[in-house]
Design a protein around this ligand. Structure first.
Ligand SMILES: Nc1ncnc2c1ncn2[C@@H]1O[C@H](COP(=O)(O)OP(=O)(O)O)[C@@H](O)[C@H]1O
Ligand SMILES: [Mg+2]
Length: 364
């Protein structure tokens, strides 16, 4: 019998989506093919400490329950970098023999290349985009510069840093971008720090609010269109899923409140009602975006579709939510790939990439 592969599922972390990450971990733990894999739970506290959690039962199944503290359910892990067979150790010195890592930490330090850098230094395969793809995908300003250069349509925008505060003139901005604006931290997620702005006063408040979360912001023209999402998976020849649609209900846009707090804050429709031609155009744009932003493994590409059929890329999410009802797995389910098989495919892509890159000559 083939030996089982040991998967290290890394979850939690300091982001606002800590709870979602715990639920994703629970779902992956339950669904993963136990004939192929042994799964080890590696929880990262909100403070950034790594713990081995032997028992999965503490993980919440759905949002809105009490969020457990990882450190009450695990023992601290020590990390060793380099090519040795073992990289993680319990406090008593016993190694945790991980073959492949599956990081499922959203936002800062999980989705921005930081964690991917650590896993690369550990010389182990891992699921999802590499350091560069993750970092580029996380910074909306850098992402947009690359998309524009590649001829992929994205909302017109300007980026500003804190130092510019005294020199940002509302009148000039609306002349350039129109009167409905979106102001966002360049590095963020879950709509945190994002505001829709229609007046000078809102503009000033939105700048101050967004600067609480990042030193760099983007100010974008508002796009009046449908919000559509497409899942992408693969390495050298990535494939795209069915398209899903999000319609915020009772909210001016898909805000933090409509995403997480208001149960009826948004409607999800999978697959979205679209003609074949538009579906294919969105799939192609999603794959082009994935490739041009240096992504491999997985990502979700979010776009706007306007009434005159223009497709604007809004953003890429390199570690999207992974609960069984999250958009990413749901899009693959609608495309004929069940959650359990999706996990297997993603792990296989991680191993294939690692073996491919191992053959490269690296000058040391
Ligand atoms: N330029 C825009 N035009 C219209 N709506 C926007 C625009 N930018 C963002 N939004 C709305 O704000 C939400 C959050 O913005 P997004 O860029 O996706 O940030 P996050 O990375 O936090 O999800 C989007 O889902 C959409 O509803
Ligand atoms: Mg978004």
């Amino acid at each position: 019998m083939k030996e089982k592969i040991n998967i290290g599922l890394i979850f939690g972390g300091p982001s606002a989506e800590h709870e979602i990450s715990l639920i994703s971990a629970k779902n992956i733990y339950q669904a993963i093919d136990k004939e192929l894999y042994n799964i080890y739970l590696i929880g990262v506290t909100r403070q950034g400490d790594w713990h081995f959690c032997p028992e999965p039962s503490f993980l919440p199944k759905k949002a809105g329950q009490d969020v457990p503290d990882i450190k009450d359910h695990g023992e601290p892990l020590l990390l060793k970098l380099g090519k040795s067979e073992n990289n993680l150790f319990k406090e008593n010195g016993a190694p945790l023999k991980i073959d492949v890592f599956f990081p499922i930490i959203h936002g800062t330090c999980g989705e921005d290349g930081t964690l991917q850098g650590v896993l690369k230094l550990m010389c182990k395969p891992y699921v999802g985009p590499n350091t560069l793809g993750s970092a580029v995908g996380m910074d909306k300003d850098i992402m947009k510069r690359i998309l524009i250069q590649a001829g992929i349509k994205t909302a017109k925008y300007t980026s500003v840093v804190k130092n510019d505060l005294g020199h940002i003139h509302y009148e000039e901005i609306i002349k350039q971008l129109g009167t409905t604006l979106f102001i966002k931290p360049s590095n963020s997620g879950s709509s945190i720090g994002v505001s829709r702005v229609e007046t000078h006063e809102e503009f000033n408040n939105a700048l101050n609010h967004a600067f609480e979360f990042d030193n760099k912001l983007i100010i974008e023209e508002g796009i009046n269109g449908r919000e559509l999402e497409c899942a992408v998976m693969g390495n050298d020849n990535p494939k795209a899923s069915q398209i899903g649609e999000i319609t915020p209900t009772g909210h001016a846009f898909y805000s933090y409140e409509s995403k997480y707090l208001d149960k009826k804050g948004a409607e999800l429709k999978i697959p979205a009602e679209l003609d074949e031609k538009t579906k294919n155009s969105i799939r192609k744009i999603a794959i082009d975006t994935f490739k041009i932003l240096n992504c491999e493994g997985l990502a979700r590409v979010d776009v706007f579709l306007t009434k005159d059929q223009q497709i604007y890329v809004n953003e890429i999410n390199t570690l999207p939510g992974f609960t069984s009802i999250s958009m990413y797995p749901s899009l693959w389910k609608a495309s004929g790939i069940e959650y359990k098989n999706l996990i297997t495919e993603l792990i296989e892509y991680a191993i294939k990439r690692f073996n491919r890159d191992k053959k490269l000559k690296i000058i040391q």
